[in-house]
Design a protein around this ligand. Sequence first.
Ligand code: ATP
Ligand code: MG
Length: 401
Amino acid sequence: MKEKIKILLIEDDEDDYILTKDTFSDIPGKSYELDWVSNYQDGLEAILKNDYNLYLLDYRLGKETGLQIIKQMSFRENTAPLILLTGQDDRELAFEAMEAGAADFLIKTDLKPDLLDRSIRYAIQRHETINKLRKKEEELQELNANLEQLVLDRTNELNIAHEGLKKSLEIERKMGELKSRFVSMASHEFKTPLTSILSSASLLERYTESSEQEKRFKHVVRIKSSVQNLTNILNDFLSLEKIESGTINSAPEQFTINEFIFTLLDELTPLLSNNQIVKFYHKGEITIKLDKHLLKNILINLLSNAIKYSPIGKDVSLKTICTKENLKIEVTDQGIGIPDEDKQHMFERFFRAANASNIQGTGLGLTIVKRYVEMMGGEIGFKSTLNVGTTFKVVLPILVS
Ligand code: ATP
Ligand code: MG
């Protein structure tokens, strides 16, 4: 059997209730179940409880009116349909009720079973249709919100991809710039060692006598040192290229510092002039954990600068102080110093101070040193007085695991 439609009549006159009940019982099919409350307050509460499929409200309810209830309910979503009943045909009242959200307006004296039945069924059907539409609208709104979120997410993703692209284009641009500057620098810097190799080689050809062994030896040394020079320039460039393209990383490993430095100083001996020495002082921990390759490069660059920018015979000192937290490095020379106006450019690519023009160099060493120091999470600085000397200081944090 089909479920019955539950209806509540809010009516202060019991006679009218009985009449209405009779009308209901004359509706064929007996598909309604009618309850009754007799005052405004009970009616209001019953509507708020949502227990019925439809409410019939009498216009007169003691001091209050059914219209008041309808007006109060007009702000509430999803109230079951409300039909207003009145004693007389009052068009004004009908309009007011419909405007306030009444589902229909019926005159008691005209209340016939078929009219009542049709009015109730239409009201319920409309109510259901509206509910369905409301649900659809909510779904649509949710869909919209989802769509908006999706668009936002995609935009974000695109932005991120765009950033990445911009970054790699920036790297590309930097590399291009670096390469073209290197070509112009190399075409200049390579000339001297290449000329010297060529002249030494052609002289070697001529020294055929065994008595000329010493001259031959001199030229072989010159060729070797020129080749070394070219190799150094190329190595510097390759290091810089690796830094710029981001293919180099700090990879710390454990080792003992003094052994490491002694081997490194051995490698530097050929650079020293007569009587020139590198004095090495160490204080603190012996075992450290740092990237050996990067550290070696930093030290070789700073020490070879100190050596080559010093007059013949002026000693260079290397101090290392090692704690559990960091390694401090100080390289001091008594050399030509750095002019004040050049100090601010010291770590720029290809920069060379005005007083260094007749000493071989490409201006890449300190750029590489600074980048390596940063890569290791450290800091670099220097102090210099023209014609007195220069001290470079580096602090590298030791991240012991
Ligand atoms: P290279 O790429 O071969 O190292 P470079 O020595 O000229 O060439 P950097 O090491 O970057 O390049 O140094 C840049 C400039 O800083 C040098 O050209 C020099 O003018 C100045 N400089 C660096 N170290 C010293 C120093 N110890 N004393 C005086 N000037 C220095
Ligand atoms: Mg240098």
